[in-house]
Each structure stands twice: as structure tokens, then as C-alpha cells.
Design a protein around this ligand. Sequence first.
Ligand code: PRP
Ligand code: ZN
Length: 294
Amino acid sequence: MNSVRSTPAQQTIRIAIQKSGRLSEGSLNLLRQMGLEFETYQDRLFTQCRNLPVDILFIRDDDIPEYVQDGVADLGIVGSNVLNERNLQVERLLPLAFGFCSLCIAVQERSSITTVEALNGKRIATSYPATLAAFLKNRGISAEKVLLRGSVEIAPTLDIADAICDLVSTGSTLRTNRLKVIDTVSKCQAALIQNPRMKLQKKTLCTNLLMRAQGVQEARKYKYIMFNAPSTALQKIRELVPGCKSPTVIPLADPAFVAVHSVVLEERFWDVVEQIRACGGSGILVSPIEKFIR
Ligand code: PRP
Ligand code: ZN
């Protein structure tokens, strides 16, 4: 094992991620992009990073908040749905922009029920009783909640519920079980959480890991853009692609033109490109950004 793991002043950080499910792949990708080097395969429960004093625990997603609250893990990657459901003592550090899903009310495809109001007096199976109760109260609906810890989707087939309230990500679980969505309770995504009572010896590394996670996040939001533009359009171009401080402007052999390098938000990208072209910009090159530390 690499000696960087065993600095006495710095204690090993434990990060808990989902063992197998919606968040597993995204969590592993994020940790690798944060520069953590580790091996994992099949049903491993635990792995040690080679290059930092970090251990990764693979556990059931619904158990991760408790692990982090109780300090068994220092950091965790978990769906915001679980955090909203339970009032736990964990610190939310960062929404992670993956693991997007919705908590939905669904009924059997052949059911005549089309609105959640029609579930008044009926039974709804869920693993999210508190979130569901708040939603029903808000809509003035009174329904019986059937609490299930897993396999909620089979409740209507078994006739233990008339509807379910469960997470929908790709929609394949619903399709397989011949269910259809009639309403959405909330939208969710993965989040990075931290134990709020972390030991001082762990804080420096945790802060460093948070900075890395933010760097990966920021990079995903932006594209690196390079193009040529008429020197006369420079003022307008500066407004279009301000970058961090201001765009990099490089003179070209032809003094009538400059080369401009900057970053642009992915969500505004096509709009900005159109405006660059309208200003006489051309030769537009775009590349992804791997890390972006502000
Ligand atoms: C949720 C939910 C469904 C699945 C839906 O499970 O309970 O089983 O995701 O995803 P789909 O629309 O892509 O089919 P989760 O990942 O939370 O695992 P768990 O049920 O083991 O907690
Ligand atoms: Zn779950």
C-alpha cells in the first residue's frame, strides 16, 4: 500500500456510496474524476484508495444518511429524496447534478384512476411516508399509507395498495410492473453529505475533497470556447463571453482580427454561439473542461 495513506496526523476518511443502483455509476465516476485511485468489482463492500487516505464503503443507499450521521462514514453520496424524508443530523455540502429522478404517484396501467384526488380513501404503498404525508396534506387528500421498505412496485399486483409513491428514474421499473405515473411529488438528485461533528484531523482532507468535487461540478457546467473575431467587435464579445475575469484575447497576424479564448455555460452555449456569429466571429472551436477551479 502506498505510504501516502499512512500519515499519522491525518486520519483516514470514509466515503459511503450506493452499493448497486441508480447512484452507483455516477458516484464512482465522480470519485475517480476527483482524483481518487481505487479498484472495485462485483459485490465489494469496501475499497482503499491508493493515493490518499480515503476508504470507500459500498452500502444500501437508504442506509447512507445514518452512516454519515453516526460518523461511521465521514462523507456520503445519497439521493436528496432520502434526506428530505428523514430529519437527520447531516450537513448537505453540494448537489451533484446526477442521479436525477422523481418521486411519483403511480397506479396500474389498466386503472381508471387518473388523478391523485381520486386516491382519497384509498391505499398508497411507499418507502417515503413523511414526504407522501406532506404532499397529501397539501392537496387535502386523506389516504392510507402502506409502509414498505423495498419492492414497492409490486404492491398493486399483490393488492396491498391501490397506488404507489416511489422513485422513478429511467421508468423501467414502472414499465416492467405495468404502472403509470399520475402525479409527481418531488424532484431529486444526488447530493454530497458530511458528518457535522467531524474530527479536526479529518477536516483538512474533507475540505480538499469538497473543493475537488466542486471543481468537477463546475467543469461539467462549462465549455471551453475559442474563435476568431473582428477586432472592432471586441467590446460586444467581452460581454458575450466574460469568462472568469475577462476573456483571453490574442492578436493575430492580420490586425483586423483577434483570437478569443473563454469559458461559456453549457446551458447558454448555442445562444452565445449564435451571437458570436452575428458579431462576425468564425472558426469556433469548443472543448470540454476536465476540472474548473475558480
Ligand atoms: C429506486 C426505486 C425503483 C428504481 C426506479 O430504487 O425504488 O426501484 O429506483 O428506477 P427506474 O425508473 O430507473 O427503474 P433505489 O435505487 O432507491 O434502490 P432501493 O429500492 O434498493 O433503495
Ligand atoms: Zn433507495
